[in-house]
Ligand binder design. Structure first.
Ligand code: IPD
Ligand code: CA
Length: 277
């Protein structure tokens, strides 16, 4: 008689394989659309939380392509997308989608933008894919199976011996009051670290921690679609992710870093008030 535990594990493995396959294909298709189909005169189609929080026609086209493709392959799944996709589904799987992370970079023709697609099973992220077409790189992770850039395994950077040698990434929200508070945190941190980068795509920042291109990344105000895929990729690369002490990465605060640096940065960011406006 087959061992029921082994059968369960095999079924879970096959499900994750399928979800990864669907996410990679959807991210690839959207990446090609965005890279090859960007209109030379691309403009702002609408604004959201503030006049600088923009949406382009390509954000909308990318989300439509992704949800259309996934919906055909897995009709019973739910969706949460930055541009409005929202449904519960009946399978226990929900797709969390950022059709362009780094929309302002994309608008200006800067290369740091990505398509971010995560699959949650009963609320837990089990698959994450971040495609960065202008880098020629796609990052991916499946829960418990490590993280990869294209087909190469990736690992976080060893923690620097001192905080003063750490290269941090961060980002700023679209609301004026939030930015003012974020600037105060940067003002205190900048003299205490090697340097701070503001790349413009949270998903890529998290993957840069995974690949050892940043020692750490933190930001307040992220939405689930900004962080779902990238945070799994960072964790599967051996980094820790979290928010305020004892909390998970969230809108309030997201931090990703190698374990030793995480232990130093988490209380420091808490003390500096990186979690409030
Ligand atoms: C933004 C980017 C940016 C981060 C903002 C996000 P969007 O996402 O990830 O790096 O600083 O907090 O909102 O608007 O380009 O999808
Ligand atoms: Ca985003």
């Amino acid at each position: 008689m087959p061992d029921p535990l082994q059968t369960d594990a095999a079924q879970t493995g096959a499900l994750y394989d399928e979800l990864l396959d669907v996410a990679l294909e959807a991210a690839h298709r959207a990446g090609v659309l965005l890279r090859d189909g960007r209109p030379a005169d691309l403009g702002v189609a609408a604004t959201k939380s503030s006049p600088i929080d923009v949406v382009t026609e390509m954000d909308l086209a990318s989300e439509k392509l992704i949800t259309g493709f996934i919906g055909e392959r897995r009709p019973d799944d739910g969706f949460l997308g930055e541009e409005g996709a929202s449904s519960t589904g009946t399978s226990g799987i929900r797709w969390v989608i950022d059709p362009i992370d780094g929309t302002v970079n994309y608008l200006y023709g800067l290369p740091s933008w990505a398509v971010s697609i995560a699959a949650e099973q009963d609320g837990e992220v089990v698959v994450g894919v971040v495609a960065a077409p202008m880098r020629g790189e796609t990052y991916r992770a499946v829960l418990g199976r490590g993280a990869f850039s294209n087909d190469e395994p990736v690992h976080h950077r060893p923690a620097p011996p001192e905080l003063s040698q750490a290269l941090l990434g961060t980002g700023f929200g679209y609301l004026v009051e939030r930015r003012a508070a974020q600037a105060e945190v940067v003002r205190t941190l900048l003299p205490r670290v090697r340097d701070i980068r503001r790349g413009g795509s949270a998903a890529i920042d998290l993957c840069d921690v995974a690949c050892g291109r940043l020692d750490a990344y933190y930001e307040r105000g992220l939405n689930p679609w900004d962080l779902a895929a990238g945070a799994l990729i960072a964790r599967e690369a051996g980094a820790l992710t979290g928010g305020r002490p004892g909390r998970s990465a969230s809108h309030e605060l997201t931090l990703a870093a190698s374990p030793a640096l995480f232990e130093q940065l988490q209380p420091l960011l808490d003390e500096l008030g990186a979690w409030h406006d």
